[in-house]
Design a protein around this ligand. Structure first.
Ligand code: HEC
Length: 126
């Protein structure tokens, strides 16, 4: 009997936790668990959605800051800050470019590819 209860409990946990976790990730604009990012896709998506302001290869333009700047490396800006900026936009606080508008056309999985691409160019910049 105890075994049955334990088994049911475990099944319930397995059945219930993924959707909760899923909703939590979705709310933050993050890709689903188990998502595998693709840098090449990220590059294309970045060029389509971000490069107007952040420049080709993330070097910045007169509309937005360089994302290869030290301040955006993982030690200063976690991946979450990237997902948040894409989903909600961000108020000007580091620079004088003005606010960044949210990018609702970018889905959570597309954001995942973009973040992977940005981490890649950050790691190769020097
Ligand atoms: C219309 C111009 C514009 C577009 C398009 C844009 N950004 Fe931004 N972004 C900005 C500006 C301006 C800032 C700087 C705000 C500040 O002063 O800190 C910024 C800041 C950021 C930050 C830093 C957020 C923080 O917490 O400090 C991240 C990350 C970012 N952008 C990522 C992206 C990504 C990824 C895309 C494409 C999906 C994108 N941006 C598209 C203008 C833009």
């Amino acid at each position: 009997m105890i075994k049955m209860v334990l088994l049911c409990g475990t099944l319930l946990l397995v059945a219930c936790s993924p959707p909760d976790e899923q909703q939590r990730l979705e709310k933050m604009g993050m890709p689903p668990a188990g998502f595998v990012a693709d840098i090449a896709k990220g590059k294309k998506l970045f060029e389509r959605n971000c490069a107007t302001c952040h420049g080709i290869n993330g070097i910045g333009t007169n509309l937005g800051p360089p994302l290869v700047h030290k301040v955006y490396e993982p030690s200063h800006h976690s991946d979450l800050a990237f997902y948040y900026a894409i989903k909600k936009g961000t108020k000007a606080h580091h620079w004088d470019f003005g606010d960044m508008p949210s990018q609702p056309q970018v889905s959570a999985t597309e954001a995942g590819h973009i973040v992977e691409y940005i981490r890649d160019i950050q790691s190769r910049k020097d």
